[in-house]
Design a binder for this molecule. Structure first.
Ligand code: RB5
Length: 147
């Protein structure tokens, strides 16, 4: 079965998102691009929610690009089962997968250059969750019921 990467961006991230989608295609990923498709001003949560919903349904890994990656991660992390990580370096990208079982990568187009962003994505996609003690910790990410 083809591996799927669900990608989304706002206007600030649209150009970098297209470049990163090409990187993922070269690695054999099928791309589901939920938009935006132009540089016309948009609201990042609209795309973060679409990508996070698809990831929450188990349709694949996600990639979200906005100016900083921050708004995208805040929005995506509201969805059950979604662990979105903002990464600006390759070590964080590897550890986000290996220790945190991240399933959405968020990148800031105004923070990270195209070449580094491509390397971050490659490392994110090629790293795997290590399980073990990290499994227990990941299960503790959702807060206990406070009602
Ligand atoms: C858009 O100007 C900018 O606020 C957005 O791309 C993102 O950085 C928000 O977190």
């Amino acid at each position: 079965m083809a591996k799927t990467l669900i990608v989304g961006s706002d206007h600030a991230g649209v150009e970098l998102k297209k470049e990163l989608a090409d990187v993922a295609r070269e690695l054999g990923y099928e791309i589901n691009d939920v938009g935006t498709h132009s540089t016309e001003s948009t609201d990042y949560p609209d795309y973060a929610h679409q990508v996070a919903s698809a990831v929450s349904r188990g349709e694949g890994l996600g990639l979200l690009v906005c100016g900083t990656g921050l708004g995208m991660s805040m929005s995506a992390n509201r969805h059950p089962g979604v662990r979105a990580a903002v990464c600006g370096d390759v070590h964080s990208a590897a550890m986000a997968r290996r220790h945190n079982d991240a399933n959405v990568l968020c990148i800031g187009s105004r923070i990270v250059g195209t070449g580094l962003a491509g390397e971050i994505l490659k490392v994110f996609l090629s790293s795997s969750f290590e399980g073990g003690r990290h499994e227990r910790r990941v299960h503790k990410i959702d807060p206990p019921d406070e009602s």
